[in-house]
Design a protein around this ligand. Structure first.
Ligand SMILES: Nc1nc2c(ncn2[C@@H]2O[C@H](COP(=O)(O)OP(=O)(O)O)[C@@H](O)[C@H]2O)c(=O)[nH]1
Ligand SMILES: [Mg+2]
Length: 315
C-alpha cells in the first residue's frame, strides 16, 4: 500500500466507509445529542460529553483528552449538535492522524515478510487476501504462506483466496509445523524475487504458552533466512469485540512484538469507536481498516474522513 490518496478517497470507498461506520456514527451522535447551548461547554456538559465518548467505545483516555480540548474551546456561533460533532471530529482526527500509516513495501532485499497474527475469527485470513489484492493492484508480486496449520479448513480457505487472486501459496499438512512452512516460503519467495510474503498464523489464544512458543519459533526461523524478517508483525483486531480488542493488543504485544494493527468488521458494529481508543492508548500504526467481507473492503484510511464519519459530520 502506498499513501496514494486515490486509494482512500474514491467515491466507492467513501460510500462503503459511510455504510460500514453508520452504526458507530449513530451511536456517537445519539450519545452526544442534547449537549447544546451557549458558546462554552459547562462542567456538567463536559461530564456528559466524556460519558458519551466512553459509551461510544472511544475509551477513557481519548474521552478525557477530548474533554480537555473542548473545555478550553469556544463555540462562537453557538453550540449546536453540528458544531459539537465538528469539534469532536477534529479531536478524533488529531488522535488518528499520527497512527494512520499504510503498509508499504520497502524491504531490501526482498521479500518483505509480513506476519499476520490475531485470535481466531478476527479476520486474519480474509485480511491477508485483501492485502494481497491491494499489493497486486500496485504491481507488487505476492506470495502467501499457510502458517495456520491447526485446522484443515484454515489452509483450504487461504488456498481458495490464492487461486482466486492468481498468486502462489506455500502450504503443508494439517497439524504440520508452521515454522517449516514459513522456512520453505521464505526460500521460495527469495528465489523467485517475490516482493512480499504474507504469513497466516493460528490464533489459539486459549493457550498463551503454546501460541507464544509457536510465534517465537516462526520468528526464529524467519530470522535465520533473513535477519530483518519479519519486517512487519500485523495484529488483526475485530472491532465487534469492543474493549476486548484492546486486551488483545496487550497480549499480542507481549507474545509477538506487534508493529502495527489492522481493524476489521467496522461494518456491522456500533463499536467502531474502539479504533480511536486503540490509537490513543497504544499509538501503534494502524495500517488499514476492514469494512466488509469483499476483497476490496480493506483500505488504508484517511484519518480526517474517518473522524468525520465517526463523529457524524459526514453522513
Ligand atoms: N463484516 C465483515 N466481516 C469480515 C471482515 N473481515 C473478515 N470478516 C469475516 O470474518 C470471518 C472470519 O474471518 P477469517 O479471515 O476466517 O478470520 P481468521 O480466523 O482470523 O483467519 C469471515 O466470515 C470473514 O468473512 C470485515 O471487515 N467485515
Ligand atoms: Mg484464518
Amino acid at each position: 500500500m502506498t499513501s496514494d490518496n486515490s486509494a482512500s478517497t474514491d467515491a466507492g470507498w467513501t460510500d462503503r466507509l459511510l455504510g460500514g461506520l453508520r452504526k458507530t456514527s449513530e451511536r456517537l451522535t445519539e450519545n452526544l445529542a442534547g449537549i447544546t447551548g451557549a458558546t462554552r461547554l459547562s462542567d456538567t456538559q463536559l461530564d456528559d460529553l466524556e460519558d458519551a465518548l466512553i459509551l461510544s467505545d472511544l475509551g477513557p483516555s481519548a474521552a478525557s483528552r477530548i474533554r480537555e480540548k473542548l473545555a478550553t474551546g469556544r463555540f462562537e456561533k453557538g453550540l449546536d449538535e453540528a458544531a459539537l460533532a465538528e469539534a469532536v471530529a477534529a479531536e478524533i482526527a488529531a488522535i488518528l492522524r499520527p497512527v494512520a500509516k499504510p503498509l508499504e513495501i520497502v524491504a531490501f532485499p526482498r521479500p518483505q515478510v509480513i506476519l499476520v497474527i490475531g485470535v481466531n475469527g478476527s479476520g486474519k485470513t480474509t485480511t491477508i487476501a485483501k492485502l494481497a489484492h491491494l499489493f497486486q493492484e500496485q504491481d507488487y508480486s505476492v506470495m502467501l504462506a499457510a502458517g495456520d496449520t491447526f485446522r484443515a479448513a484454515a489452509i483450504g480457505q487461504l488456498k481458495v483466496w490464492a487461486e482466486r487472486l492468481g498468486i502462489e501459496i506455500v502450504t503443508g499438512p494439517e497439524g504440520g509445523d508452521p515454522a517449516s512452512i514459513v522456512f520453505d516460503a521464505v526460500k521460495a519467495a527469495t528465489d523467485k524475487g517475490i516482493d512480499t510474503l504474507i504469513v497466516d498464523t493460528a490464533g489459539r489464544l486459549q493457550n498463551k504458552r503454546e501460541l507464544m512458543d509457536e510465534l517465537a519459533k516462526v520468528r526464529r526461523v524467519l530470522g535465520r533466512l533473513n535477519p530483518e524478517a519479519p519486517h512487519d508483525v500485523v495484529l488483526v483486531l475485530d472491532a465487534t469485540n469492543g474493549q476486548n480488542a484492546l486486551q488483545q493488543i496487550e497480549i499480542f504485544k507481549e507474545v509477538a512484538g506487534v508493529t502495527g494493527l489492522i481493524m476489521t468488521k467496522l461494518d456491522g458494529t456500533a463499536r467502531g469507536g474502539v479504533l480511536v481508543a486503540a490509537a490513543e492508548q497504544y499509538g501503534l500504526p494502524i495500517h488499514a481498516i476492514g469494512v466488509g467481507e469483499k476483497i476490496d473492503d480493506l483500505r488504508p484510511f484517511d484519518p480526517d474522513l474517518v473522524a468525520k464519519v465517526i463523529a457524524g459530520v459526514v453522513r
